[in-house]
Design a protein around this ligand. Sequence first.
Ligand SMILES: *[C@@H]1O[C@H](CO)[C@@H](O)[C@H](O)[C@H]1NC(C)=O
Ligand SMILES: *[C@@H]1O[C@H](CO)[C@@H](O)[C@H](O)[C@H]1NC(C)=O
Length: 257
Amino acid sequence: MDTHREVLAGLLLVLAMTAILNVPASAIKLPPYVTACSRSDPKLNECVLQNGRNAIPIVIKGDPKYRVPKLNPMVIPELQLQQGTGSVGLNITWKNAEIHGIKDTEFLDVDMNVEKRHIKMHFFLPKVSITGAYTATGRVLLLPVTGSGPSNITVENMKISYDIDWNLVKKANGKEYLDVTNPMLTLLDLGHLSMKFERIFNGDKLLGDNLNTFLNENWKDLAKEFGPGVADAIGQVFGLVLKNICDLVPYDNVLKP
Ligand SMILES: *[C@@H]1O[C@H](CO)[C@@H](O)[C@H](O)[C@H]1NC(C)=O
Ligand SMILES: *[C@@H]1O[C@H](CO)[C@@H](O)[C@H](O)[C@H]1NC(C)=O
């Protein structure tokens, strides 16, 4: 079954987030549940870590005023995995995929470099599941795959680092705003991966069960492909929250002088 290892190699995750952001830019201060730290505070990292930890449980509930979508679960209108290597090709699309488990994100540490305009953060996520109705088309060796049904990809004990840079951009109101650039998410560790695709092979139970068994028995190899994909989805969620808040709140209110 070694060739099957290629089945899910080279997966590309494309996130399409639409219909989330639709609120006029009026808010000026950080949300009341986020305390601004001072960029001249010698203990800036501790301040950001503490305030970040306090904010996570509230932020995940969503806040339309700051264009933060509900994150527990977060619904992604369309999620795609595309794969193609040699004799194997699969396209998997989810409609209204749900990402569960972001609420349990642990903010481990942060390293802010105000001069270099760089932030490095580490997070631990005990369990994240991407669930929803999938449609798959393609081929596994000589077997055509067409299937659709419920699915669940779950990763456990994931540790990630998240790096961002920022520029300062002056807006028409004369105030400077943070423009978050180069978000980079790195998957550092992943404890376990499990997957279930129901009714794959168009409902052929034997083939479907075999494929699902295979996927789970080979989770370590598949984690190399799926892990970064799931981590990337989470990174995009983090990026979205940051960007939306920084688009609305001036730099001096995010990081006091
Ligand atoms: C996957 O989808 C892309 C774009 O929709 C298409 O070009 C490609 O042929 C598809 N591959 C398979 C294996 O179905
Ligand atoms: C997805 O699978 C995980 C691990 O098996 C399970 O804990 C979780 O409840 C499942 N989620 C849904 C929505 O079925």
